[in-house]
Design a protein around this ligand. Structure first.
Ligand SMILES: [Zn+2]
Ligand SMILES: [Zn+2]
Length: 245
């Protein structure tokens, strides 16, 4: 299995899990043209697209994907917020696993300023159990037998506080970010709360343009977890298997 990063961060998120036979799109917050190119204009290969919540950096191309004949899965709250009502927009229930092609996806509730945002556990025989966690300021759950992780590391509390104290960032913005996105500090706490013994890859996603530090974040997560850490950027492609080889 291969993980492709089409977009990450507040300008647009889209990740694709793909092998020779099928693909699962995770988030479609980028231009549909970029998604079409990434799947080689072969929409029949796509088992479906899962969307965490209604913000445009995650949900922008839902309508376009359904027009291509791709089923899009998200919460009822997300579809309602976007006023999307068509037969290819398929609601998922919190904590009820759903088969999408050979992927099994279990959504769970996260903490974000959106109607009904989800994180996902995605299971496939090639990549094992993948934890996808973004746009949440903390995670209420721990998970067993995780093999790969995509997790938000949006900002560092140190950077954001220094900026606010210097007058470079208004306090309301700081407070909004603190209650909706995952800091590096919370990302480290979340990772440490889980059994990482079977984890192959940790991919850091949705880094803020102005309140993050790619090199320092990677080093901090490596030091805390001892795992292979990649900071996602547009165009990143990683082998995403259950075992390292
Ligand atoms: Zn976002
Ligand atoms: Zn959001």
């Amino acid at each position: 299995m291969e993980l492709k990063v089409i977009g990450t961060g507040s300008k647009g998120n889209c990740y694709i899990l793909e092998n020779n036979e099928e693909a699962l799109i995770i988030e479609c917050g980028v231009n549909v043209q970029a998604i079409k190119q990434a799947i080689n204009f072969n929409s029949s290969k796509v088992a479906g697209c899962i969307v965490s919540h209604e913000h445009m950096d995650h949900a922008k191309s839902i309508n376009e994907l359904t027009k291509l004949g791709i089923n899009v899965y998200s919460s009822n709250g997300t579809f309602k917020a976007l006023q999307i009502n068509n037969h290819r927009a398929i609601p998922m229930q919190n904590k009820i696993a759903l088969a999408i092609g050979n992927f099994k996806v279990m959504p769970f509730d996260v903490q974000h300023d959106a109607a009904e945002p989800f994180g996902f556990i995605i299971k496939h025989k090639e990549c094992g159990n993948l934890l996808f966690l973004t746009d949440t300021f903390y995670c209420a759950y721990t998970f067993n037998n995780i093999n790969n992780i995509l997790i938000e590391a949006n900002y560092s509390k140190k950077i954001i506080d220094a900026k606010m104290n210097a007058g470079a960032s208004p306090e309301f913005l700081r407070n909004r970010i603190l209650k909706s996105h995952m800091s590096l500090e919370n990302c480290l706490t979340t990772l440490s709360a889980n059994d990482l013994s079977k984890v192959n890859n940790i991919v850091l996603i949705h880094l803020s343009d102005s309140n993050s530090d790619e090199i320092a974040f990677k080093a901090a997560v490596e030091n805390t977890t001892g795992k292979t850490v990649t900071v996602a950027s547009n165009g990143t492609s990683i082998n995403f298997n259950k075992t390292p080889f």
